[in-house]
Design a protein around this ligand. Structure first.
Ligand code: GRF
Length: 221
């Protein structure tokens, strides 16, 4: 979280205590989740420093959940429409996530704004990946907006989540060139290629080395 009252966690809290416990939140195809699962499968949880303890979603029937189930990772779904208010949904998502006692939460294509209660509990330890170079082109249509603006380069940003829309402290970014022939889908696929490897790198570094958030600056130890 960007706010100065936010907790400043040290993750992993006990470096000798094994891999960081990570809950991943998804809404769609879950290829970023798959990249994290592949890194764990290839490197092992201990070496990579990450154990995915659960995958949460805001909708049923998505490939992201199937990927978790194939990897035998527990899943949970909390749909906004099943609750009387957005605040109730946020409380339910917070409780479902908290049940897995994560050190870090990764929002990997999770298409909902996380609410006050969630951030009170997991602020400063929730990472989001966004398909544009923040602070340019925040929001749900970062790829489309960069293309429509005529940007010549765009890319992806991994950042901590605060109470704004894609406004939290930036951890890492990579640049992707926009081609004249690009449409939204072609450009998004090229961004996602880069985004997946950046997310794998960043989550592993945060988990293995720990970090501090100093205002807008993220320092990985
Ligand atoms: C990513 O580009 C993410 O930044 C955006 O949605 C995409 C999710 O892709 N918010 P996937 O579900 O991980 O395949």
């Amino acid at each position: 979280m960007a706010s100065s009252s936010a907790p400043v966690p040290s993750v992993p809290s006990d470096p000798s205590g094994g891999p960081a416990r990570v809950v991943v939140l998804v809404s769609g195809s879950g290829t970023n989740l798959q990249a994290l699962l592949d890194a764990i499968a290839e490197q092992g949880s201990e070496a990579y420093g990450v154990e995915i303890v659960a995958v949460g979603a805001d909708r049923d029937g998505i490939t992201g959940l199937q990927r978790a189930e194939s990897a035998r990772i527990p899943t949970f779904v909390r749909r906004v429409k099943d609750y009387d208010s957005r605040a109730d949904w946020d409380a339910a998502l917070t409780d479902a996530t908290a049940a897995y006692e994560p050190d870090l939460v990764v929002s990997a294509g999770f298409m909902k704004i996380l609410g006050k209660e969630f951030l009170a509990r997991f602020g400063g330890r929730t990472v989001n990946t966004h398909p544009a170079l923040l602070p340019s082109f925040p929001g749900a249509h970062g790829v489309r907006d960069a293309l429509a603006y005529g940007a010549k380069v765009t890319g992806c940003t991994v950042h901590f989540v605060d109470d704004g829309v894609d406004t939290g402290p930036i951890i890492a970014q990579r640049v992707v060139e926009v081609r004249d022939e690009d449409d939204e889908s072609a450009l998004h696929e090229r961004i996602k290629d880069v985004e997946r490897s950046l997310l794998v790198e960043v989550v592993g570094r945060l988990a293995r080395h720990g970090y501090r958030i100093e205002g807008r600056k993220v320092r990985i130890s």
